[in-house]
Design a protein around this ligand. Structure first.
Ligand code: ADP
Length: 550
């Protein structure tokens, strides 16, 4: 009861200590959870991915535009100066990627040529005728505006070509075409000329865009699972399916899209991840973060519980030590006071009765013995604690050792009103033991039996062979020990928190010494006891010890 109360008085200190750690830790965890939840709610990861992909697409568009300009400028440089039909034909022959080429000389001449090789294809032939006639009428309406625009481009951006889109019907479908217009070398302000060509749709679809898209995202490692490859695609605004795709495009719809602004109006650039989606990546990231946070919280909780247990144990030990000091001082003071009292009485010479004198001498002797055994216990304990305790093992007749140890106490025990029963098997084999240590263990147990016997004063000591060892039992019919204390009583300084125990002098060292000594002999000590039913302490010493030492 008393010990419990002491524990409680320590608790606020531990709790303050714990709170100092628990509160910031909890705050950190709660902050972590709230933060992750807000990321989850605001779809912040998805948004960051999308922003990033928008940038990738903007860069991709610039690169593709640049590529288209370079290609168009190259073709322009090789474009014939004259409106000669043969020149246009040979230009087309050199540029299979171009479907149609045309030139207005500015002097009323208009020449239009299509890839001769493909004119056998009926659809292509019709396309050629349509474009040729459309362009014929277009000149009168638009040429001035376009020439003005090209001049502006030349002045502002240093570009000589104007790229526009053109829709034609091929078969039943409308097809996207890229039209390049420029001022040919023969153009003068007096006779403004205009030339141009149209890229073949199949070339754009199968060659130009796939290559351009692959070059935008080079060096993607296929085996790097932590960074899924990005796939790019272009599609015509009015259609869902891709016009052209890059290497890692695995179908489906793009996650982020961006319409082409300058060179390929009407086209849309799209990006997505191969084999996954932004949403599932974000979910995975969040799940990992939640798991890490959970694991960290668990670790922190476990750490706190461990710290709490350690700190409480240390505090309890500190308390036990201070109890020990006061117990020991008390134990030393009583015999010293008695010795002094009886010695002084004897010194005064007033006691003439020799029987009384004898009794006083005996008291002085017994009290000195008690002091010696207490001090021996403390010395042994301090040697054990500092690891300096040494045992001197000798072959010993344990029956003799037990008998002689008890003999010197028998009188005292019996005088205290104890019924003393001793059963020693004379045939137990000799053991290899430290005699003094074993005698001290036995005395500690006998002392306890005497100390903790209130009404029924019985002491039994038994020595007998048991299985592969020798058992030494000390039995009493005293106050007994509750089962939950059976392990603790062998700890240093520990005393049962029972008022009956606290009214009895003690240091809490006896049983811990017994335990240490017996273990040093390779044996073990056990207790059988219940409150009010007495106690039985059993020391088991192994026989092998003897064999091992021989
Ligand atoms: P102490 O100096 O207090 O006797 P011990 O280490 O010898 O220290 O014993 C530890 C505690 O075990 C005692 O305080 C007591 O509560 C309990 N104990 C030991 N032996 C007995 C016994 N024979 N009967 C009842 N309680 C006992």
């Amino acid at each position: 009861m008393k010990l419990q109360l002491r524990h409680w008085s320590e608790r606020p200190r531990i709790l303050v200590l714990m709170l100092a750690v628990v509160l910031p830790a909890m705050a950190l965890i709660v902050f972590g959870v709230v933060h992750l939840r807000s990321i989850q709610r605001d779809k912040a990861i998805e948004a960051a991915f999308q922003r990033n992909y928008q940038q990738v697409l903007a860069i991709a568009e610039k690169q593709i535009d640049e590529r288209a300009y370079e290609m168009a400028e190259d073709a322009r440089a090789k474009f014939p100066d004259t409106g000669n039909a043969d020149d246009l034909n040979s230009f087309l022959a050199e540029h299979p990627d171009i479907a149609h080429a045309f030139l207005w000389t500015g002097k009323g001449e208009y020449e239009f040529r299509s890839q001769a090789k493909r004119m056998r294809d009926r659809q292509f032939c019709t396309e050629s005728q349509t474009i040729s006639s459309d362009l014929g009428s277009w000149w009168d309406m638009e040429s001035k505006t376009v020439i003005g625009r090209i001049k502006k481009l030349e002045a502002k951006e240093g570009r000589h070509v104007f790229i526009a889109n053109n829709w034609v019907t091929r078969g039943e479908k409308m097809q996207y075409q890229t039209l390049v217009l420029f001022r040919p070398t023969g153009s003068t302000s007096e006779h403004p000329a205009l030339a141009g060509f149209i890229y073949d749709t199949d070339y754009l679809k199968n060659s130009f865009f796939p290559q351009a898209l692959n070059d935008v995202l080079p060096d993607q490692n296929q085996d790097d699972m932590s960074h899924p490859q990005k796939g790019l695609m272009v599609r015509v605004e009015k259609e869902e399916y891709p016009f052209a795709t890059s290497m890692y495009w695995d179908g489906g719809s793009p996650e982020v899209e961006r319409p082409f602004e300058s060179v390929f109006p009407g086209m849309v650039l799209g990006i997505k991840l191969r084999g996954t989606t932004i949403a599932s990546i974000s979910e995975h990231l969040l799940r990992t973060n939640f798991l890490v946070l959970g694991a960290l919280s668990l670790l922190m909780g476990a750490g706190l519980i461990l710290t709490y247990r350690n700190v409480s144990r240390e505090l309890a030990l500190a308390k036990l030590k201070s109890d020990f000091v006061s117990n020991v001082s008390h134990e030393l003071r009583t015999p010293l006071a008695l010795i002094r009292l009886y010695a002084e009485t004897l010194e005064l010479g007033r006691i003439s009765n020799s029987g009384k004198q004898q009794e006083y001498y005996e008291i002085i002797r017994k009290e000195s013995e008690r002091l010696t055994s207490l001090i021996n216990n403390i010395l042994d304990f301090s040697r054990i604690e500092s690891g300096k305790k040494e045992y001197t093992f000798r072959e010993t007749n344990v029956a003799d050792l037990v008998r002689s140890t008890l003999e010197s106490y028998r009188f005292e025990i019996e005088q205290n009103g104890f019924q003393f029963e001793q059963k020693i098997d004379e045939n137990v084999p000799p053991l290899w033991v430290d005699r003094e240590a074993i005698a001290r263990s036995l005395l500690n147990l006998v002392n306890n039996a005497v100390k903790y016997s209130a009404n029924e004063k019985y002491l039994g000591v038994r020595l007998y062979r048991h299985n592969s060892g020798v058992n030494l039992e000390v039995v009493d019919h005293g106050i007994g020990i509750p089962a939950k204390e059976h392990l603790k009583i062998f700890e240093k300084f520990y005393r049962v928190g029972d008022p009956l125990v606290h009214n009895t002098k003690g240091s809490g060292l006896g049983l811990s010494l017994v335990c240490h000594i017996v273990q040093a002999h390779g044996g073990e000590v056990a207790v059988e006891s219940a409150p009010g039913k007495g106690s039985k302490f059993i020391i088991t010493l192994p026989l092998q010890r003897l064999v091992g030492q021989e």
